[in-house]
Design a protein around this ligand. Structure first.
Ligand code: NAD
Length: 475
């Protein structure tokens, strides 16, 4: 079995210089089951130095070599699928089925998508008077959150490496285990040493050391808006490239005039409840025509039993625990706040102050929520839905856009009107009716939800810089 106590630096699993450890807690039981080193700035410096040294040769490798190695890496990673699923059940409390489909298989599909696009992406563009090259940046620090442990890592490390950069990855200290398996797969595939490196530890120590390092050219961050904004200010001091995937408070706009709303309700509940609501794109504000409020509430109440909460190893369970005690306390605080603010509780209850075993929270639906309540403005990151009534579609669009965020949105209604509404929403992603996501589409936020895009060609180009060469002189 893999030794999670080491860090991957310069192609070798090496002990951290840390004397402290970070315990990993199984959120379904509240018990510690593993630990990782509480990495030091010295670990970060060694990892950056290894990446820096590896960069020139890696950047010079032709794309077909990089692609071939990445394909080999993916094959090695696929062989670890059962371990990835087991670890996401343990470290995140993800129900097994969701861990398999989303935390594991979907990530393989993303890697495949990046490889397929990178292979064909034009990196030299010829203009009448110039040759324009898309070149790698250097060392990219990738800093990721705990909610989709492998997914957030894949969205950064794979495109950065494919485009010829060297990477230092600092995954969340709460859910770092599947990132180790990814590093193992890179090593087994024969990647040159130093191209990918992994350090484990706290953001305030390791993350800051990476952001301050003069040898880091870019910081690609996914996490909270608060940390992202502070980190970007620090990175700017060193004039580093920054990409930020931050929080959200996304609207689901429910329009009148559809014969059947069951697909809408399912789409909404999947978004708000899966991963226990700990999803940056969660459609946690439901905007409903005032006259339809009783009908919509009844429909949601009818479907909620399809989302049983419980032991993530039980195949019938759809909603596992929240990822940590801190998250449990935060979500509990917001549920209490919703009642204090005057929202009407349609489903769920205030969780106990001391969770008996594991950090489980029943789905909560608030109705008659006003968009200026804190439960409608702040990211809760738990299985909590706020239903906000509206009087006409103008008002629906105004409420949808009245948020600091702009990550995701959905509109459900007669196609032409839904599409028109989608165009008016200020968000980086908008789903119309039951449309599935296009894996190669750009993903990212407007406003306080971020800067930059992941996925597809936009996600690959994020990790490049442009060079213009003028080669049309007379000599
Ligand atoms: P967080 O901001 O607390 O931490 C994210 C990462 O940053 C972690 O690795 C952490 O160790 C590190 N970090 C913390 N302080 C740092 C500092 N001062 N310097 C450098 N690094 C630091 O977020 P979280 O609690 O892990 O994740 C939840 C948040 O992530 C939510 O707000 C959610 O919306 C957001 N998120 C956004 C997306 C997206 O794609 N837009 C996706 C998933 C999660």
């Amino acid at each position: 079995m893999h030794d999670f106590h080491a860090q991957f630096i310069d192609g070798v699993w090496t002990p951290s210089s840390a004397s402290e450890r970070i315990a990993l807690v199984n959120p379904a039981t509240g018990e510690a089951f593993e630990w990782v080193p509480d990495g030091t700035p010295d670990d970060a410096a060694r990892a950056v130095a290894a990446a820096r040294a590896a960069f020139p040769l890696w950047a010079a490798r032709p794309m077909q070599d990089r692609v071939a190695l990445m394909r080999a890496m993916l094959e090695r990673l696929r062989a670890k699928a059962d371990d990835i699923v087991r670890l996401e059940v343990l470290e995140l409390g993800s129900p097994e089925g969701f861990a398999r489909s989303t935390h594991c298989d979907y990530q393989f599909a993303r890697i495949e998508s990046y490889i397929g696009i990178a292979e064909k992406l034009p990196l030299e563009l010829s203009y009448p008077q110039s040759l324009v090259l898309r070149e790698p940046l250097g060392v990219v620090a990738c800093i990721t959150p705990w909610n989709y442990p492998l997914g957030q890592v894949v969205q950064k490390v794979i495109p950065a490496v494919l485009m010829g950069n060297a990477v230092v990855l600092k995954p969340s200290q709460h859910t770092p285990l599947t990132a180790h398996l990814l590093m193992e797969a890179f090593a087994e595939a024969g990647f040159p040493k130093g191209v990918v490196n992994l350090v484990c530890g706290r953001g305030s120590v390791l993350g800051e050391a990476l952001v301050r390092s003069p040898d880091v050219s870019m910081v690609s961050f996914t996490g909270s808006t608060r940390v992202g904004a502070a980190l970007a200010a620090e990175a700017m001091r060193g004039l580093k490239r920054v990409s930020l995937e931050l929080g959200g408070k996304s609207p689901f706009v429910w329009l009148e005039g559809m014969p059947d709303y069951e697909p809408a309700a399912r789409q909404l509940l999947n978004s708000v409840l899966l991963n226990s609501g700990q999803t940056c794109t969660a459609l946690s504000r439901l905007l409903v025509p005032r006259a339809m409020l009783p009908e919509v509430e009844a429909l949601l109440l009818r479907l909620l039993p399809e989302y049983p909460v419980g032991d993530p190893r039980d195949p019938a369970v759809k909603v596992g625990p929240l990822a940590s005690r801190a998250q449990y306390d935060k979500v509990r605080g917001y549920i209490k706040l919703g009642l204090e603010e005057g929202a009407r509780l349609v489903a769920g209850r205030i969780p106990e102050a001391e969770p008996p075993r594991g950090f489980f929270v029943e789905p909560v639906v608030f109705s008659d929520v006003a968009n200026d309540m804190r439960i409608a403005r702040e990211e809760i990151f738990g299985p909590v839905l706020s239903i906000i009534p509206y009087d006409d579609e103008e008002e629906a669009v105004r409420i949808a856009n009245d948020t600091p965020y702009g990550l995701n949105a959905a509109v459900f209604g007669p196609k032409a009107r839904a599409l028109e509404t989608a165009r008016r929403i200020e968000a980086g992603n908008v789903y119309v009716n039951d449309s599935p996501r296009d894996i190669a589409a750009p993903f990212g936020g407007y406003k306080a939800s971020g800067i930059g895009r992941e996925g597809g060609d936009a996600g690959l180009l994020e990790f490049t810089q442009l060079k213009a060469i003028f080669e049309h002189g007379s000599l």
